[in-house]
Design a protein around this ligand. Structure first.
Ligand SMILES: Nc1ncnc2c1ncn2[C@@H]1O[C@H](COP(=O)(O)OP(=O)(O)OP(=O)(O)O)[C@@H](O)[C@H]1O
Length: 260
């Protein structure tokens, strides 16, 4: 059997905005079907990294491979590049920090939106997928509700249902637990684990939350000032005794990570 390509490979990815060096020679390999939690203080380039993965930003140098395909040179101004970029984006589901629901659409229509835009499915098939995914996230009775009627945790769960509706290979989650109480955060962590188990997707989770990393991660990364201070299997990274990792996991002010 052919060996499965890693979901994501980064080779010395660099990105600056003028004098602001945001990513510096970031290299990692994430095998398919694993959960990676990328930790790091605010402003250290985690969101920029996500945008580079989906082709919304281009690195200044280095290479990015998604399922073995080099996406670094894709050029949306050319029609072949546009098609490849579209195919690339279809591989990703995205859970934005604020959920980014359409406030004028009910929950069911929010989840159906990507299916209506991009899947060749009948309305009956779309309705079945929407019902299935709302049940997965524990919201099967919320279909006709409007986003304004939902709590923060419910909005995040609707956003999850929308992010997985097209059955992407890789789900990118930008701080899924931000702004949620600890119990709701734990519920979302369980949801990630459940989706991962049942649908086998690869997850990239951006987080400040070490408890979340301990609970759900197969792989952990720590980004600080644009450099990957640590990356690897969670247990190995936690055992590695690196100062930045210890500081982050022990919530200490002592260590190489300084308040920006
Ligand atoms: N389009 C842009 N133009 C200029 N600078 C940018 C742009 N996008 C991000 N930056 C800068 O890149 C740096 C990293 O930002 P990024 O949003 O990736 O941080 P982050 O680690 O995700 O932070 P947080 O945890 O607070 O969301 C910041 O200094 C930010 O100002």
């Amino acid at each position: 059997m052919a060996e499965q390509q890693p979901a994501i490979t980064l080779e010395k990815v660099c990105k600056s905005f003028g004098p602001n060096r945001v990513l510096h020679e970031v290299s990692l390999t994430l095998p398919a079907g694993k959960i990676m939690v990328m930790l790091g203080p605010s402003g250290t380039g985690k969101s920029v990294l996500l945008r580079c993965l989906v082709g919304l930003m281009k690195p200044d140098s280095g290479r990015i491979f998604i399922e073995g395909q080099d996406i670094t040179g894709l050029d949306e101004r050319r029609s072949a590049g546009r098609e490849q970029m579209f195919a690339l984006r279809r591989k990703f589901g995205m859970l934005f920090q604020d959920g980014a629901l359409f406030d004028d659409m009910c929950v069911g229509d929010n989840v159906a939106f990507p299916l209506r835009q991009h899947a060749k499915l009948s309305e009956r098939e779309i309705a079945a997928r929407v019902a299935e995914d709302l049940e997965r996230v524990g919201l099967k009775n919320a279909q006709r509700k409007m986003p304004a009627e939902l709590s923060g945790g419910m909005r995040k769960r609707v956003a999850f249902a929308r992010a997985i509706a097209l059955r992407p290979k890789i789900v990118l989650c930008d701080e899924p637990s931000s702004g949620l109480d600890p119990v709701m955060s734990a519920t979302l962590d369980e949801l990630i684990l459940d989706l991962h188990r049942t649908l086998g997707m690869t997850f990239v989770v951006i987080s400040h939350d070490t408890a979340e990393a301990r609970k759900i991660a197969d792989y952990v990364g720590l980004l600080y000032k644009g450099e990957l201070q640590a990356f690897g299997l969670k247990d190995e990274v936690l055992r590695s005794n690196q100062r930045a990792i210890n500081q982050f996991f022990e919530r200490s002010t002592e260590g190489p990570i300084q308040v920006l």
